[in-house]
Write a protein that binds this ligand. Structure first.
Ligand code: ADP
Ligand code: MG
Length: 702
C-alpha cells in the first residue's frame, strides 16, 4: 500500500513540474521518500554569530546579527538593485538584492535588528552578501534561527536553475513540515530504540536535515546509520536462513580413520591455532545436516591447502568423493602433486584432470570417478564439464575463487546426485571483515589470520630507475646463493601493446645483464599459447631457470619456495591487493625474501601511499583495509555491479563496529523469530519489504 512517502515530488508546494524534472534528472529524486533520504553531505554552522569585523572574502556562509541601517534602490532596468547596510558593534557590511525588490522594500524595516544568513561575496575588494536570508530578531526566534544549515549534494545545473542550497533547504523544510508520525512510523522494535537510546525515526530525519547542534546531528546519524546497516544485515541473514532451510546437505557424522591417521601420523607440522579453528568450523558444518557454503580466507602462505586436504579426508571417511578445482593448470598440478605426496601410502586414490589429460588416461579417470574408485580429483575447470560424473561427490573445493565465475561454481553444485556437495571456496584475496560480512553475508566466512611459525616476513623496498644497477647486483648475489628471481611487468588491456613492448624491452635489458649460459631466463606472458606458458613455468618451478620475466599471469598461487626475490616493474601501476598477491609469491621457503618495487621518479600521491604501505606491512588484512580506504568500497573487487554498497550514511571502511553490532542484533532477532512473524516485528517486516524493492539482485551474489 503506497504511503505518503510515495508521493511524487511535484506534489510538494513550490516544486513545479520543471523543478521536479530537474531533481529527477540530476539527482534521481522522484518521491518524497527519495527526498527524505537525500541527506546533506555537510552543514554550515548557524549556531554562532560572526562579528562583522571578522568577515573575510573566503568566510563562506555566515550568520550575522545586526541592525539594518540604510536601504536604497540603485540603478535602473535590469541593473536595478536594492542595497542595505547591516551594522553590529564591530562593523558594517553591505547586503544586496536583485530580485523581488518590491516585496523586500515593503517588508524590511530600517532600524530593526535582524538575524542574517548568507554567503560572503567579494566585489572589487568590497565585501557584500547577495540575497541574504533576513529574519527579524525576536525573543522566540533568537534560538530557533541558530541551527546548522544543511548543504546538499548538487550540480552545476541545479544551481543555475534556481535550485540552489537555499531553495533546496526550503523544499526540505516544506516536506518535513508536512510529515507526521503516521507517515514516518517507527520501524525498529521499541526495546531496541530504548536500548540504544535512539531518537524517534521522524525526529532523526528532522535532525539530520536541520540539526540544531552537533549533539542532535550525532544522535540522528547514529540512529539512521544503524538502521541502514541493520536492515542490510537482516536481509542478508534472512537470505542465508532461507537457503539453509532449502538446502539439506550430506551429513558427515564421523571423523574416521583416514582423518585421524593423517592428522596424527602424517601431518609434517603442527597446525596453527587459526588452522585448527577453521578445521573445527568446517567439521561442524559438515556434520550439521545442511549444506556447507563456506568462504575460507587466508593470506598467501597461511596454509589453506592443508585445511582443504583435511576436509577432503572427512568426506572420504564418510564414504564420499571430493574434488578440488584450481583456475590454472599449473596451480592444479601443484595441488595434485602436494596432495598425492601427503597421502602417499594411505590407500587413497588421487587423480588429476585438465583439458590436457586425453585419450585412454582421461577415459580411465572418468570411469574411476563414476564408479567411485577415485576418491579425490584435482583439476582445472575441466572438472565441471558434463562428461565428468561422480559416484558420490560430497565436497567440492575451489581455490582462488575470484578467478571463477558464478556460473562455474554453480556447475559444481550440480555434480552432486541427490544433494548438492558441500562447498568450500578458498581465497587469498583478503577482504576486510566488515566488507566480507556484507558481501558474503549469505556465505559463512572462515579466516586464517595467522601465518605458520618461523616465516620470515618479506623485506620490501622502493627503488627508482637510477638504482637499477644496484638492483641487478642484488639479483646476481641471490642467484649466486642458489635462489631464483621473479621480474614482473604490468599488463592491462587498455595499453596492452605498450605493455608488451615494455616487457620485451625489459627482457632484452635483463638478458644483456644476465647473459647465457651462466644465467637462464624464462618468459611468460598472456599472449603465449597455454602449452608454451606451461613449459616455461615448469622450467622455473623445476629450478632450471634463474629468472622468471612475466606479466601478472604468475599472480595466482604458484609455489616456488626457492624464489626469494620479486622485482615489480612500474609498481605504481598496480593496485595494493595485486602488489600484495605478487609479493606473496616469495617468502615461501626458509630463506629471507625480498620484494623490490621499481617506479619512476614522479608518483601521484596515491601511488606513493600504496608503495609506502607495501614497504611498511606484510599483513594482508591491513593492506586490504588500506585499499578500501584509498579506493572506497565501490571499487573493491566484486562489488561494482552488486549495488550492495550503495549506502547513504554508513561507510564500510569506517563503521566496522556498527556493522558488527547490527549483525549481532539482527542475528539474535532472527534466531527468535526467523520469519518476522511476531506482532512486534511487523513494522520491521513491512519496512524490509518496502526497502527491498529498492535493492535488486542480492541473490546474485554467492
Ligand atoms: P596458501 O594459503 O597460500 O595456499 P599453502 O597451503 O600453499 O598456503 O601453504 C604454504 C606453505 O606453508 C606450504 O609449504 C605448507 O606446507 C606450509 N604450511 C602450512 N601450514 C603450516 C603449518 N601449520 N606449519 C608449518 N608450515 C605450514
Ligand atoms: Mg594456495
Amino acid at each position: 500500500m503506497p504511503g505518503k512517502l510515495d508521493t511524487a515530488i511535484t506534489y510538494l508546494k513550490g516544486v513545479g513540474p520543471r523543478k521536479a524534472e530537474l531533481l529527477q534528472k540530476e539527482l534521481g529524486l522522484y518521491t518524497w521518500r527519495d527526498l527524505l533520504y537525500h541527506y546533506p553531505f555537510r552543514y554550515v554552522d548557524k549556531t554562532r554569530f560572526t562579528p562583522i569585523c571578522e568577515l573575510r572574502p573566503d568566510s563562506g556562509e555566515v550568520l550575522l546579527r545586526g541592525v539594518l541601517r540604510r536601504l536604497e534602490t540603485i540603478g535602473t532596468g535590469h541593473k536595478k538593485r536594492l542595497v542595505g547596510r547591516l551594522r553590529d558593534q564591530t562593523g558594517v557590511i553591505e547586503l544586496v538584492w536583485f530580485r523581488g525588490l518590491q516585496w523586500l522594500e515593503k517588508n524590511l524595516v530600517v532600524g530593526q535588528e535582524y538575524v542574517v544568513f548568507g554567503r560572503i561575496n567579494s566585489f572589487q575588494g568590497q565585501l557584500n552578501i547577495p540575497h541574504p536570508e533576513m529574519e527579524p530578531l525576536r525573543p522566540d526566534n533568537a534560538r530557533a534561527m541558530r541551527t546548522m544549515a544543511p548543504v546538499y549534494p548538487s550540480t552545476e545545473k541545479l544551481n543555475q536553475r534556481r535550485l540552489d542550497q537555499r531553495e533546496r533547504r526550503r523544499i526540505m523544510q516544506q516536506l518535513l513540515d508536512q510529515l507526521t508520525i503516521e507517515d514516518v512510523p517507527e520501524v525498529l522494535p521499541r526495546w531496541l530504540t530504548a536500548r540504544l537510546n535512539f531518537p524517534p525515526r521522524l525526529t532523526a530525519f528532522r535532525q539530520i536535515h536541520f540539526p540544531r547542534n552537533e549533539e542532535e546531528l550525532e544522535a540522528a546519524r547514529r540512529r539512521l546509520k544503524f538502521e541502514e546497516l541493520f536492515f542490510m544485515q537482516l536481509r542478508l541473514l534472512q537470505l542465508k536462513h532461507l537457503r539453509k532451510r532449502r538446502l539439506k546437505g550430506h551429513v558427515f557424522e564421523k571423523v574416521g580413520d583416514h582423518f585421524m591417521r593423517f592428522y596424527h601420523e602424517k601431518l609434517p607440522f603442527a597446525l596453527t591455532n587459526a588452522q585448527k579453528r577453521v578445521v573445527r568450523e568446517i567439521r561442524r558444518d559438515l556434520g550439521s545436516g545442511t549444506q556447507m557454503n563456506r568462504l575460507l580466507q587466508g593470506d598467501v602462505g597461511s596454509g589453506k591447502t592443508i585445511v582443504a586436504l583435511l576436509s577432503m579426508l572427512l568426506a572420504i571417511d564418510n564414504g564420499f568423493q571430493a574434488c578440488l578445482m584450481a583456475p590454472t593448470e599449473i596451480l592444479a598440478s601443484q595441488h595434485y602433486q602436494s596432495i598425492s605426496s601427503y597421502l602417499e601410502g594411505m590407500g587413497i586414490e588421487v587423480a588429476f584432470l585438465s583439458g590436457n589429460v586425453k585419450g585412454k588416461q582421461r577415459k580411465a579417470i572418468l570411469e574411476g570417478l563414476r564408479e567411485g574408485r577415485i576418491h579425490i580429483v584435482v583439476g582445472t575447470h575441466a572438472l565441471i564439464e558434463p562428461q565428468v560424473e561422480f559416484q558420490r561427490l560430497g565436497l567440492a573445493i575451489t581455490d582462488e575463487q575470484h578467478r571463477f565465475g558464478v556460473k562455474q561454481r554453480a556447475a559444481l553444485w550440480k555434480k552432486g546426485k541427490d544433494l548438492p556437495p558441500h562447498i568450500l571456496v578458498m581465497t587469498a584475496t583478503p577482504i576486510p571483515r566488515t566488507l566480507a560480512m556484507t558481501l558474503y553475508g549469505d556465505l559463512d566466512v572462515s579466516i586464517i589470520d595467522e601465518l605458520p611459525p618461523g616465516r620470515k616476513p618479506v623485506t620490501t623496498v622502493h627503488r627508482t630507475e637510477r638504482q637499477r644497477d644496484g638492483v641487478y647486483d642484488f639479483m646476481r648475489q641471490q642467484i649466486a646463493l642458489g635462489r631464483q628471481v621473479y621480474v614482473v611487468y604490468p599488463l592491462i588491456e587498455e595499453s596492452e601493446k605498450l605493455d608488451l613492448l615494455n616487457l620485451e624491452q625489459g627482457y632484452e635489458a635483463i638478458r644483456r645483464s644476465f647473459p647465457p649460459p651462466q644465467y637462464q631466463i624464462s618468459v611468460v606472458h598472456g599472449r603465449m599459447k597455454p602449452a608454451d606458458k606451461e613449459f616455461e613455468m615448469l622450467r622455473f618451478v623445476r629450478g632450471e631457470t634463474h629468472i622468471m620475466v612475466a606479466t601478472t599471469v604468475i599472480e595466482v598461487g604458484v609455489n616456488v619456495p626457492n624464489a626469494t626475490v620479486m622485482v615489480i616493474e612500474h609498481a605504481e601501476r598496480f593496485g595494493l591487493s595485486q602488489l600484495h598477491q605478487l609479493r606473496g609469491r616469495v617468502g615461501r621457503g626458509a630463506d629471507q625474501s625480498y620484494c623490490i618495487l621499481m617506479t619512476g621518479y614522479k608518483l601521484t600521491r596515491e601511488s606513493r601511499e600504496r608503495i609506502r604501505i607495501m614497504c611498511q606491512t606484510n599483513d594482508g588484512f591491513k593492506i586490504a583495509e588500506a585499499d578500501l580506504r584509498l579506493r572506497g568500497p565501490g571499487n573493491m573487487e566484486g562489488t561494482q555491479q552488486s549495488g550492495i554498497l550503495q549506502l547513504r550514511l554508513a561507510d564500510l571502511s569506517q563503521d566496522g563496529a556498527v556493522v558488527q553490532q547490527a549483525r549481532k542484533i539482527a542475528a539474535a532477532l532472527l534466531e527468535k523469530d526467523p520469519y518476522l512473524s511476531l506482532p512486534e516485528h511487523q513494522p520491521l517486516r513491512r519496512h524490509l519489504e518496502e526497502e527491498g524493492k529498492q535493492f535488486k539482485g542480492w541473490g546474485l551474489i554467492s
